[in-house]
Design a protein around this ligand. Structure first.
Ligand code: ADP
Ligand code: MG
Ligand code: MG
Length: 895
């Protein structure tokens, strides 16, 4: 079994086997770029090791063979006393997991080879720097003991740091650079003592043993706690394993003609073309990340070392053309010689993703289909949130996890009760907690944003905030919060209740004071306020181009969930092709509550009919408005769905009203009747009670009134020259007989009202009760369309009360990995999705041409859209703001 690949044997498509870093090192090697020689141990070897706790048979020999080849190529032997080869041992999984796993540099140094290294380094420009070659060698050695001790042998890192601080204190300096060779030799002794104290053995002097132990440690770092947590959050499978790269060391810390840096082929923040990166002279790679000294902009390298700079720019251009994408790069210059240490297709912001895709089309590097793959709906959604305008001198005081996107500004509060109180006075508040729990729910609802100092993307705060579409930054651990005193401290400042903060749920950044918020350009474009042909904002242009292509490609239509003419109009501007769900609940609210009360309290048919007759023209007028906005497009109207008592005052309030009125000696007959009705209608499980089609079957005339209002509205619109396409949708059907009963009555009314006109009214049903999905073949006989109500289908399929479970225990389910994302957010393809699939297939088998759509929240969720595409639905329907996201994802699903 082949466990080890020389860089020359791999390529960029072998990420599964060689990890991202290894595959790309191989690719650069084969492109002829100057990569220090080395080899990669495969993820297979890692998996075998993790499964058994032992290196698989043959691995040791293969490592030996590749090491020998490496030594021959370099003309040096690993850890040789006179002229040592040193290597780095670097982790690298298929998906990049920044900072999650381990790397050990300078492997091969020991008490003897440290002198050889000094000799190698001697007699160069370096002798001008303090301590010279000796200093460099001893510094490298102490770094090895530190990194090796920490990552391979779990020696607490603080111990080394304390010893280093002590050495600096004795020297009377605050900079590592002031320590000379003698100081570092003393420090190496101190480090070795720390090492042996914690491990019960001496620091290994045998270079091959160092190498083997380091390889093992990298394997094991795959299962380090933080790596496990990170994978769960990022939904990276836990069984991939990491590869290990063994790379000949090159040194950026040999003097002023050496250095190290990172570079991006375009700006990963904006996508703009140009030269982006940082450079640090006389330093090793890890120093850049550690922020030991200030880096200089990469452009400065031109002045410092023009030949290396030009060479680097040339490689950057080549890598871009080769990968056809933004690349990020790690490089090191050793005495004027440039080495490439890493590249990958770089992470980027949402805006940069669109801009770069647009540029690459212009440059002829990718086509429009490929551009669709380079962006996604999550990024588009991010671009639609208002943003902070950060061109002033706002510096973040803390950075946490961007847990739920958006830009929120408000006064700090520390308790749920206070949040409710201040919000009730019309204040914008930010609820600040160490972490939230279900008791904080009301405060979270009242707040503009939520800020916590603990927890990541799956914490309670994060999960609930996302569910509510509320801005949240979690785990901003720089915040020191004291709830009793109602304050927190951060960056040396104290923030009290009532002080204003601004939080960015996309970047996780926290600002003191009020950062101005600006509307999204992308939304202005969708609103039709910006002409994409004339504007030179590259983002808007790219979005326009890619959206146009998505529309051309997609097979799924996109409708919207809209209950009012205003929502319908906006959704249409955003590209909706109809209404997939028009709820009618609001048509019973406001002034009309009283009519609903009359309906419920009616003693006989006459009373009931009078109440319904009064509602009819009001609802007809509502429908006329909506049909007018959606002229020419289908409008699916759901008949009334929620339990009727939701339209009555709450029990407690009624009881109090009655008591007060009685006290005053007023006439309370009506209130008492209402109270009795509310008591009578009380249900233990209202969501499983008298609602949906059941209402229509129990309350005579209710559905009939709605059907009449819809049909009359359509006829009226037709009279005005419009083309209305109403689709009457019956909710909560579980058996075909329910639908047949409603249908028979509705057909009579439609014939009576629309007979002789061009108006056509379809009748269909929601599929949201699991039984409906399983008997879809029967139900299709009585339905001209199905619309999957995936919210209720998920609720009933899982037995989860949607209103209760997210805040109560979903965070725990996510933590345990029972699901990677709430099934209310993204369709559970295996379970609920299976119901959808069955219903779609059996429904269409019974009635070819049956129209199929989805109107649950999932209709705007990127992953779910792909699922619905694969099941062959005709359309998805989602809230107006999600319409562009669904259009984009439907396009992506089709290419
Ligand atoms: P990460 O994945 O965290 O970036 P790396 O394996 O890339 O870890 O290594 C950490 C740092 O050490 C990087 O700055 C890298 O450039 C540097 N480095 C790794 N291998 C070598 C080497 N052989 N010679 C010089 N520097 C190296
Ligand atoms: Mg790196
Ligand atoms: Mg429902």
């Amino acid at each position: 079994h082949k466990y080890v690949y020389d860089f020359a044997e791999g390529n960029k498509d072998l990420k599964d086997l060689l990890g991202g870093k290894g595959a790309n090192l191989a690719e650069m090697t084969n492109l002829g770029l100057p990569v220090p020689p080395g080899f990669t141990i495969t993820t297979e070897a890692c998996k075998a090791y993790l499964a058994t706790g032992e290196e698989p048979a043959g691995l040791a020999d293969q490592v030996a063979a590749h090491l020998t080849a490496l030594e021959q190529a370099m003309g040096r032997r690993l850890g040789d006393a006179a002229d040592p080869l040193l290597v780095s041992v670097r982790s690298g999984a298929k998906f990049s997991m920044p900072g999650m796993m381990e790397t050990v540099l300078n492997v091969g140094l020991n008490d003897r080879s440290v002198k050889g290294l000094a000799r190698q380094a001697g007699g160069s420009a370096d002798s001008a720097t303090p301590g010279g070659a000796d200093r460099f060698a001893w510094d490298s050695y102490r770094r090895l003991i530190q990194m090796f001790g920490k990552t391979v042998c779990e020696v607490p890192g603080e111990e080394f740091e304390r010893a280093l601080d002590e050495a600096k204190r004795i020297k009377g300096t605050s900079s590592d650079l002031d320590l000379d060779a003698d100081d570092l030799r003393v420090l190496v002794d101190a480090y070795k003592k720390i090492f042996s104290k914690h491990t019960g053995r001496e620091f290994p002097q045998d270079p091959r043993e160092q190498l083997d132990l380091a390889i093992r440690a990298v394997f094991e770092s795959w299962n380090a706690e933080r790596a496990v947590v990170y994978r769960r959050q990022e939904r990276i499978p836990s069984d991939l394993g990491t590869a290990v790269n063994v790379v000949a060391m090159v040194f950026g810390n040999l003097g002023p003609d050496s250095g190290t840096g990172v570079a991006f082929t375009r700006d990963p923040a904006s996508g703009a073309q140009g030269i982006y990166g940082d450079y640090l002279a006389n330093a090793q790679g890890e120093d850049v990340v550690a922020g030991i000294r200030n880096t200089v902009p990469l452009q400065e390298l031109e002045r410092i070392d023009k030949p290396s700079y030009d060479e680097l720019l040339d490689y950057m251009a080549r890598l871009e053309r080769h990968y056809r994408d933004l690349c990020d790069i790690e490089f090191t210059i050793e005495r004027g010689k440039l080495w490439m240490l890493q590249t990958r297709v770089g992470k980027r912001t949402a805006a940069a993703a669109f801009v770069i895709a647009g540029q690459l089309i212009d440059e002829g590097l990718i086509d429009l289909d490929e551009a669709l793959h380079r962006v996604n709906g999550g990024q588009l959604a991010q671009l639609m949130f208002p943003r902070f305008q950060l061109d002033h001198d706002f510096q973040p005081v803390a950075t946490g996890v961007g847990a739920s996107p958006g830009a929120a500004v408000g006064k700090v509060v520390f308790t749920s009760a206070r949040a409710v109180e201040l919000a009730g006075q019309g204040e914008n508040v930010i609820l600040v907690r160490r972490e939230t729990n279900p008791d904080d729910l009301n405060g979270m609802i009242a707040a503009r944003g939520i800020l916590t100092s603990r927890g990541g993307k799956t914490s309670h705060a994060a999960v609930v905030a996302r569910g509510m579409g509320k801005t949240c930054v979690s785990g901003a651990d720089e915040l020191d919060i004291t709830v009793p005193q109602r304050r927190f401290t951060v960056a040396g400042q104290t923030v009290k209740e009532g002080d204003v903060v601004s939080i960015d749920g996309t970047t996780g950044k926290v600002y003191l004071g009020e950062v101005p918020v600006m509307p999204s350009e992308v939304v202005r474009y969708f609103e039709g306020e910006i002409d994409p042909e004339t504007i030179d904002d590259p983002l808007v242009r790219a979005v326009h181009r890619i959206m146009t292509h998505a529309d051309a490609r997609r097979r799924l239509a996109v409708r919207t969930n809209a209950d009012t003419a205003a929502d319908a109009a906006r959704a249409r501007r955003f590209g909706a092709e109809g209404i997939g769900l028009c709820r009618t609940e609001h048509m019973f609210l406001g002034d009309r509550r009283e009519l609903v009360e009359r309906l419920i309290l009616a003693r006989d048919a006459t009373g009931r009919n009078n109440a319904l007759a009064a509602l009819l023209p009001l609802q007809r007028a509502d429908f006329v408005e909506i049909f007018r906005e959606m002229d020419g497009q289908p409008v699916t109207v759901r008949l009334i769905d929620p339990p009727l008592h939701e339209f009555l005052p709450p029990l407690e309030q009624l009881a109090v009203d009655v008591a007060v009125a009685q006290e005053r000696g007023e006439d309370v007959a009506r209130e008492e009747a209402l109270l009795a009705a509310v008591r009578r209608m009380h249900e233990e499980n209202p969501m499983l009670g008298l609602r949906g089609v059941r209402l229509g079957l129990v309350i005579p005339g209710l559905f009939a009134m709605q059907v009449r209002a819809i049909t009359e509205a359509a006829v009226e619109c037709a009279r005005q020259g419009m083309h209305s396409r109403p689709e009457i949708m019956v909710p909560l059907v579980g058996a075909v007989q329910e639908l047949e009963t409603v249908r028979a009555e509705a057909e009579k009314i439609i014939a009576e009202v629309a007979g002789g006109s061009d108006v056509e009214v379809l009748i269909g049903t929601m599929i949201e009760v699991p039984r409906a999905a399983l008997t879809a073949g029967q139900i299709a006989e009585a339905a001209e369309f199905f619309s999957f109500g995936t919210n209720d289908l998920t609720q009933m399929g899982w037995g989860f009360s949607r209103d209760d479970v997210e805040g109560a225990f979903f965070w725990r389910y996510l933590e345990l990995g029972i699901f990677g994302i709430s099934p209310f957010e993204s369709i559970d393809a295996d379970g609920i999705g299976r119901l959808v699939r069955i219903a779609a297939e059996e429904g269409r088998a019974a009635r070819p041409g049956l129209s199929l759509g989805v109107c649950g929240e999932h209709g705007g969720d990127p992953e779910s859209v792909h699922f619905f595409h694969s099941v062959g639905l005709d359309y998805v329907s989602c809230s107006p703001f999600r319409v562009p996201v669904a259009r984009l994802e439907a396009g992506r699903a089709a290419v």
